[in-house]
Design a protein around this ligand. Sequence first.
Ligand code: PLP
Length: 534
Amino acid sequence: MVAAMAALDHEGFAAAPRLGWVTDASPLEEAPRLAAAWGLEALWIKRDDQLQALYGGGKPRKLDYLLAREPLASAPRWAAAGAIGSGAMVALAAAAEQLGRSLDAHLFWTPPSDGVLDNLAFTASRADRLWFHDSRAALAVSRPAVLVGRMSRGAAVVPPGGTSPVGMLGFVRAGLELAAQLEERGAAPTRVYLPLGSGGSAVGLATGLALAGCDAEVVAVAVVERPLSSARRIAALTSSLHEELARWGLAPPPRPPRLTLERGHAGPAYGVTTADGVVACEALCDAGVTVEPIYGGKAAAALRQDAARGQVARAVFWHTARRGPLPHAPDWRERLPVALRRRLDDPRWERVRARRRVLLALGAGAAAAGVARVTGYEAPAFHGRVLGDVEALVLGAAAEALLEGASPAELAGIARRVDAYLTALPPAAVTEIHALLALLEHGTALGGRVRRFTSLSPADRERVGASLAARGGVLRDAARGVEDLCALGLYQQPSSWGALGYQGPMVGPGRRGGWPAYEAMRAPRGAVPKAATP
Ligand SMILES: *Cc1c(COP(=O)(O)O)cnc(C)c1O
């Protein structure tokens, strides 16, 4: 507690502006019966759902700091991006109402579940303007400022998920708060489990615990797809948070934050429940704690499994979700953009998703137009129909650096897949792709490097991408374009579909066993309608 209180009372940290929405500590409850059922020595549940502000949950902790800082503090209009069922958007819509601000909500598609619809109904009831984008990639292409900028068309931008160096301060505070509670009770859990979306909660928490000298390891259970839950992202968030802490005179923790990324429970895709997650929710519900299956259920499933394997004896489960249900305007569906309303009613979305992603990714290349194509050095013969030998090499090098988790076989197939796709594109788009790859290979000088992109180590290639992105404007769009092209090459490969929740074409030659989700909906052969049986 000494360390925890010292950091909380630290003059600098206390001086970081905040709205003061989160004042009292959220309850830390012991759950002995559930602990016994799961084979744990001890289990505590950190009840952020009981926080007062904005219907509770972890998001108010971030907004407490984020909304107290410019440009958001004084802007009359905010803009934010999130999935249609985003919990961050719900908290923000509630905050906008409370503070009398107007909110532009940019929503992108995820599979609708009950929880998603409850959040969407609230957002649609409160936000002043709603936009619908087919995917995160589509949003990145059409309105990049809403994802990475500070301002978008006169509105101050709230970073996605409320995750930014400033927003994470709220979870540093949460880590200090938990450390103090544990110290007070003489409790020493070995692990703290929580879901990982945009990553700010887990990174802030791990940093806060480290600052307090608490040894518990944070297990961040990914509920989003791999490219969004990379170790690279965690590392970047951690170092940006350290810079923010330094601004308030706090040295980085004496030891690195203990954070383990657990990816085995995400299920087929964000927003899709898993059987283990639902089982864990039911157990928690029996213990008197309501947890939703999209975030909390998956984190609890990881905890339950680790306990069963004897990997954890004393654990904290961090309840990150808000309370429900939320109030809705009766006409919330009519307020939705037409395209979204139609999409919600269309059962075929699963099939078009992968294809959309691809088309939009190619659009991102447009921003790099105007950079000359450079030719004239050696690379292995690729025999592409559109891509040159050097270009195939550049694309492969980018994919290796950017696509964490892709297998060597998948990486090897990327240039070939992209090449095949480019053959169907109009010449203007192809020109832009050539320009994009040339920029990447020879534009490294912009990042202060003299060597070509393909001759750099994978880690340095990642840094080139990050430095392009940090420069904003066309260069940032180019960095995104390259990432999207790599993703396009990966997602065309059937081996990657499982991670997306895409089950492949519903019809077509050589597809054995049919389309499982479709088959599961059909009655068995020979079944008779209920009404027809006497
Ligand atoms: C947003 C959210 C999280 C994840 O927080 P991140 O900081 O985005 O990783 C966890 N649980 C719930 C219920 C959330 O809404």
